[in-house]
Design a protein around this ligand. Structure first.
Ligand code: NAP
Ligand code: COA
Length: 278
């Protein structure tokens, strides 16, 4: 089980920016990049979360900084990226992981509810990547988008997330085509159900839900933020120098079908509540 930190990929002297890096999986990624010697910058909406993350990364021995911005706001996002670039120089690694999720049947979703998730996940990923491009090391940068099983598996109560994350995967592939000639690699990672996160607290809130999820993962366990961070460190490292345009599931096999099947069971009450007529 990938729970121990393995210092086999040294990232000393590298600069890493993690958008949405102040809690959960993304903070776990930021922490392991810090442990591996990188300078780390993080960004999210709430300043208090940014401050706490920077304190945590500093405790781990990293040079760290952060700023607050909503990824839906291009100008604010660009300003935080520029600050980080002014202080740390060109980004070797850009992780884009800000996202929003709640379970809702499509008939229980307003146009604004659908839009809010598409705006955070998809438009937000575009904003982060587009605004960071001038600040990426060229050649050499590694861009990593945090996707989800919903990008490949139609999933009840997740129309908004499925649409948004499928778009994120396509953005990963198109930008791999467009930015490859400049020496910028663009890849994605699909985390499975990761323990202790806001995402899974929303999707599988009860012990019964958790048991269903565990049994639907071929490897029969929840993942850890480190499982995802390990793959991000690999994608950021010279070991992946010839890897671009892939979306790599790091999910114990959950995206083979279990994710969709489980949410079909857990999500049924939300479907029943709205019926088939709006
Ligand atoms: P989380 O702890 O809620 O992390 C989301 C992060 O994004 C937070 O730092 C949040 O901070 C920030 N954020 C949210 N909206 C933002 C916005 N509009 N602008 C800027 N920052 C924003 O969630 P998580 O469960 O760890 O999920 C992290 C990533 O993994 C997401 O991309 C998610 O889709 C993906 N994922 C998670 C799972 C899972 O098991 N949890 C599975 C598959 C994929 P603020 O609140 O301060 O903005
Ligand atoms: N079911 C149906 N609609 C919902 C909902 C739910 N559970 N939760 C929110 N919405 C709707 C709201 O009603 C609103 O639509 P309306 O204006 O038509 O009423 C719309 O979504 C936007 O909600 P709001 O709270 O104004 O959005 P926000 O931009 O402040 O927050 C969210 C975005 C809703 C995604 C919020 O949950 C969030 O900030 N999430 C980040 C953390 C997270 O989701 N972590 C897990 C990552 S995988």
């Amino acid at each position: 089980m990938a729970t121990e930190f393995v210092q086999s990929i040294d990232l000393t002297g590298k600069t890493v920016f993690v958008a949405g890096g102040t809690s959960g999986i993304n903070l776990g990624i930021a922490e392991d990049f810090a442990r591996a010697g990188a300078r780390v910058a993080v960004m999210s909406r709430r300043q208090e979360k940014v401050d706490a993350a920077v304190e945590r990364l500093t405790e781990l021995g990293a040079e760290a900084m952060g700023g607050s911005a909503d990824v839906r706001d291009y100008a604010a996002t660009e300003a935080v990226l520029r600050d980080a670039h002014d202080r740390f120089g060109d980004f070797d690694v850009m992780v884009s992981g800000a996202a929003g999720n709640f379970p809702a049947a499509a008939l229980g979703l307003s146009a604004n509810g659908f839009k809010s998730v598409v705006d955070i996940d998809l438009l937000g990923t575009f904003n982060v990547l587009r605004a960071s491009y001038p600040f990426l090391r060229k050649p050499g940068a590694s861009v990593i988008n945090i996707s989800a099983p919903q990008s490949v598996l139609p999933t009840v109560t997740q129309a908004h997330v499925c649409a948004a994350k499928a778009g994120v995967d396509m953005l990963t592939k198109v930008l791999a085509l467009e930015w490859g000639p400049a020496g910028v690699r663009v890849n994605g990672v699909i985390p499975g159900p990761i323990d202790g996160t806001e995402g899974m607290a929303r999707l599988a809130p009860t012990e019964e839900d958790r048991a269903l999820v565990t049994n639907s993962v071929p490897l029969r366990r929840y993942g850890t933020p480190r499982d995802v961070a390990n793959v991000c460190r690999f994608l950021a490292s010279p070991l992946a120098d010839y890897v671009s345009g892939v979306v790599l599931a790091t999910d114990g096999g959950w995206a083979l079908g279990g994710a969709s099947a489980t949410m079909g069971v857990i999500g049924q009450p939300l479907l029943d509540a709205v019926g088939s007529e709006a």
